[in-house]
Design a protein around this ligand. Sequence first.
Ligand code: TRP
Length: 453
Amino acid sequence: MATTKKTTFSSTLGVIMAAVGSAVGLGNIWRFPYICGKYGGGAFLIVYLCFVFFLGATLMISEFVIGRRSQHTPVKAFQSLHSKKAWGFIGLLGLITSFFILSQYLVLSGWTTDYIWESVVGNLSALGTDAGAISNHFAQFSTDGLRPVIALVVFSAICLIVIMCGVQKGIENVSKVLMPLLVLLVLVLCVRSLTLPGAGKGLEYLFSPDFSKLTGEGVLAALGQALFSLSVGMGVMIVYGSYMPLNDNVFKTAMWITACDTLIAILAGVAIFPAVFSCGLDPAGGPGLVFCVLPNVFNSMGGAGVVFSTMFFLLLAVAAMTSAISLLEALTASLLEHAKVSRHLSAILFFLLTSAFGILFSLSIGPLSHITIGSAHLTLFDFVDKLNSIYLPPICSLFTIIFFGWVMPEADVQDELSNHGAVKIGYYGVFRFLARYLAPLALLIVLIAGIMG
Ligand code: TRP
């Protein structure tokens, strides 16, 4: 039970489940395996592991410390840790990022929700192994004005219900059920994929180290993915940090979360690529992989294909849902702290707002595709995608780590990391060095490289 009157997760396990739920998302399943294979398999993996454990985890720890030390949501968190209230702008930037990421995430999550349904009723299996028909089906669906919107609202409403149930009863309990389910689904799919004829080629693509493919672009992709995958840079982990039990070892917990997130990303690759290669198809990433390549794989499995395709889209929806829940919670809890509203009202407000933006982004792929922004004529969806991948998260992470490494009093950091001296913090010197120098430098590089395209 919570020892203070503030909301907390009930245990370390609860924190880990909820934070892993936030970190494990569509990025683990449709982005990581693809870039891993593309940029040299095992070679990429080594670089990725270094980035995610040294830099990604450092950022996560900094957000947890800021959250738990202050016991506030992002804006007040930064304000309360320094005498200058202006630092609150970092928290505000994080919340704006959360808002746009959630709005866009809802569109993609809606697609996976619709595909669970289409898989169950047999619409997907009816397409057979005709690659053209499968791609057409997806193109028609995603540009349809109504169906993606309905799916989006259904998905979003489920997240709303969880948030309305509260932190322990909603987020924590749901994560404790959904995360084991996610692991079970990915393991079953791994077994199926590995026992298909010719599966070895997929494993080779994914793991055999090819240093010649590990270009500068690959190193940058590893860095970007390491940060994106841990859900840092948008205040979510600050909010979850503020819910952490006070005797929880922040350092250890962050390492567990990082390890679980990485393991699930690797397992997703094992579940996907051996099957893709076994069918003689080309590997791909993103929506193309999930909605155009994989249905072909499932349909070539015969009768059981329907079961595996349903399991796969369920896996995606579960991964997306716990991420979306964490984003909605960050927004809901923040308003709750700043205005006299109830949790229900705050959650409903952000459900409505993010869904409305999500619907707009969804429509911009179909009926509203004529509305474009800038000289590059980006649709609203592509514009927000750019904002969410290139600009907002790295900028926000950069400010956060600068605040943590250079602005916040070091004594506070040490006191919080050691639980007021109760636990020994090993490798503190290394951690401090990472937080002050390497992490800001890495973020700056990601940001500049992203802007220069
Ligand atoms: N980590 C998520 C993924 O791998 C994506 C993501 C980025 C996210 N930032 C987030 C999810 C913030 C929740 C909260 O797909």
